[in-house]
Design a protein around this ligand. Structure first.
Ligand code: DQA
Length: 147
């Protein structure tokens, strides 16, 4: 099963950007981690990143049309993008929202997620392991749909 792993703004700067918050692993490390975790779970994880809201929304439409499960870290879009939320609301397969940090334990503006209400569920606060846990959740949901 193909899974889109979509990452929003500034996430290509992992390892460089605020390492005290997001850790020292790079975006390339994240790609490798997701691909390896996917392989173990019989999922083909396609990892993408964009700083562009329009591009992110096009990818979400692609997932809706092709019935692809998604793991999405919307980054700052999480907190204000109704356009992304509306795109995600069309989902046709499991959708897991992920965060590296725990936004609930950070600044007030991060306490709101406008996308959480259209996700199957949210995993936050476990560093890059959040993605591995999310892929595990996708694998479980896909297996349940098939049985
Ligand atoms: C983030 C949390 C967001 O608040 C922030 O804007 C990000 C990353 C996370 O993965 O912890 O860019 O989504």
């Amino acid at each position: 099963t193909r899974v889109l792993v979509l990452n929003g703004p500034n996430l290509r700067r992992l390892g460089i950007r605020e390492p005290d918050v997001y850790g020292s692993a790079t975006f390339e490390d994240l790609e490798a981690l997701c691909r390896d975790a996917g392989r173990r779970l019989d999922l083909h994880a396609e990892v993408r990143q964009t700083d562009d809201e329009a591009e992110m929304i096009r990818w979400v439409h692609e997932a809706a049309d092709e019935r692809l499960p998604m793991v999405v870290n919307p980054a700052a879009f999480t907190h204000y993008s109704y356009a992304l939320r509306d795109a995600l609301a069309q989902r046709t397969a499991p959708l897991i929202e992920v965060h590296i940090s725990n936004p609930a334990a950070r600044e007030e503006f991060r306490h709101t997620s406008v996308v959480a209400g259209v996700a199957t569920g949210t995993i936050a606060g476990f560093g890059l392991s959040s993605y591995v846990l999310a892929l595990q959740a996708v694998a479980d949901l896909v297996a349940r749909e098939k049985s």
